[in-house]
Design a protein around this ligand. Structure first.
Ligand code: C5P
Length: 222
């Protein structure tokens, strides 16, 4: 089985690009951030002192790709709640949590050809990935995309309000990136052998095309 790793900072479009690339090449998409969010969600419910080893975490292949269940429940939008977003980078510093998530990712990697996105996929989880992409975008552009995704860049908002919302979102993303980059274990960093794609000026289709081009280069040796 093979892995294509797509790492990079928050809101660079990694999951959207990885999902589309996987569909194009007939591989399976897996967002590692979704697993860290799921563990965080579980810890918020069960108390920070709870042992994540007690959670029943499963990844099953469904019609929409790999589906996550936690204690038999499929979490949805709650994984993007402000509470989960505020706590996830801290949860992700725990060696026990990284070990747990890493084991699930590697198990999936033994069963499927994966396009896996995250922060440490090419550096730590799958250092032998057949292709490593480091996907970045300008912080303000990433903030804009995240606000559009959350549908909070309201059409009714004034330019000043929109600018304030953008600044606040950019600050939140930067704080999370800083935490992810500075942590001791598996920090967010570009693997030496990763190809970097800055998609600030690219839309989703163009970003997908840029990755597909790297895949062609890699496999056709262009
Ligand atoms: O990619 P996403 O924004 O869903 O990731 C949420 C958080 O999970 C990240 O900010 C990071 O703290 C953590 N994470 C990680 N390693 C990964 C993927 C995500 O530490 N491979």
């Amino acid at each position: 089985m093979g892995v294509i790793a797509i790492d990079g900072p928050a809101a660079a479009g990694k999951s959207s690009v990885a999902r589309r690339v996987a569909a194009e090449i007939g591989w399976t998409h897996l967002s590692s951030g979704m697993l860290y969010r799921a563990v965080t969600w579980w810890l918020l419910k069960h108390g920070a002192g709870a042992d994540p080893g007690q959670m029943e975490l499963h990844l099953n292949l469904g019609p929409g790709g790999l589906e996550l269940t936690v204690d038999g429940v499929r979490p949805g939008p709650e994984l993007s709640s402000p509470e989960v977003v505020a706590a996830v980078a801290e949860t992700a510093t725990s060696p026990a949590v990284r070990d747990l998530v890493g084991r699930h990712l590697r198990e999936a990697g033994r069963k499927f050809n994966l396009v896996c996105d995250g922060r440490d996929i090419g550096t730590t989880v799958f250092p032998d990935a057949v292709l490593k992409v480091f996907l970045t975008a300008d912080p303000r552009e990433r903030a804009r995309r995240r606000l559009i995704q959350a549908d909070t860049l309201g059409g009714g908002a004034s330019p000043v309000e929109r600018d304030q919302a953008l600044r606040a979102q950019a600050a939140e993303l930067e704080a999370r990136d800083r935490r992810d980059s500075l942590r001791a274990i598996s920090p967010l960093t570009r693997a030496e052998d990763a190809v970097e794609i800055d998609n600030s000026g690219l839309n989703l289709d163009e970003s997908v095309a840029a990755v597909l081009e790297k895949i062609e280069d890699r496999f056709l040796g262009a």
